[in-house]
Design a protein around this ligand. Structure first.
Ligand code: DX5
Ligand code: ZN
Length: 240
């Protein structure tokens, strides 16, 4: 084989690798920005538009300054879709409610490291209940808090806004944090996927993917889109 065709082959291989990575990127539609009066309909629309997960934000008015939904709404969403439910617990002492959310139909439960002094036990409890386990950290929380838990979790969520509300601006300094987490996971050979949450739209999506994120949570850019859910998801998908 000539040197020239070897270069072409190597370029093709790189292209295929990039393509495979992009195809495997998942979109998690966050119902926080949905119309709750038409929740089942909006969830079904997101599924038909190609969302991979439905992301459910649970807030208690203590850990974050907002109150949202509980297990009853998760049950209703479970009935409205076949997609996995990615349940983000922004609540103090989440271990009190793990069983309730699993029974309600959660596929993956994510807890904040800031709320879990016994994080290893909490992650074990989630797995014993038959759910996938995710851990997440606020923008100001260091990646070093994840070091010991890395091998035990399915997903790590990097908050790219301060949790509590939809529609906030993406925090730029979270991009190098995602890159550092990518390197940490690759270095440790850990299986966990990197998810990002907050300010994700067609502009920020390709940038977080380039930094190493694999699951993109998006709320207002999907459910608040003037041209509808279908167009919004297609726009994010095309951008990555
Ligand atoms: C914020 C929530 C997010 C929220 C993101 O605390 O965790 O899931 O829905 O909303 P957008 O995509 O509008 O920033
Ligand atoms: Zn969330």
């Amino acid at each position: 084989m000539s040197a020239e065709s070897r270069v072409i082959r190597a370029d093709r291989a790189k292209e295929i690798l990039v393509l495979e990575k992009t195809v495997n990127i998942k979109i998690a539609a966050s119902i926080l920005s949905a119309d709750f009066g038409r929740l089942a309909e909006q969830v079904a629309e997101a599924e038909a538009a190609g969302a991979d997960y439905i992301h459910v934000d649970v807030m208690d008015g203590c850990f974050v300054p907002n109150i949202t939904i509980g297990p009853l709404v998760v049950e209703a969403v479970r009935r409205a879709t076949r997609l996995p439910l990615d349940v983000h617990l922004m609540i103090e002492a989440p271990e009190r409610y793990l069983a309730r959310f699993c029974e309600a139909g959660a596929s993956l439960l994510t807890v904040h490291v800031e709320t879990c002094p016994h994080l290893h036990r909490t992650v074990q409890q989630i797995e014993e209940l038959g759910c996938k386990a995710g851990v997440t950290l606020n923008p100001a929380t260091s990646l070093s808090t994840l070091e010991e838990i890395l091998p035990f979790v399915d997903q790590i969520l990097v908050m790219t806004v301060n949790p509590g509300f939809g529609g906030q601006a993406f925090i730029e300094s979270m991009l190098p944090k995602v890159r550092r987490l990518r390197a940490m996971l690759d270095g440790a050979g850990a299986r966990a996927e990197i998810e990002v949450d907050g300010g994700i739209d067609a502009e920020t999506a390709p940038r977080v993917v380039a930094a190493g994120a694999q699951v993109l949570v998006s709320g207002s850019a999907i459910f608040g889109a003037a041209d509808g859910i279908q167009q919004a998801i297609t726009r994010i998908r095309k951008a990555i």
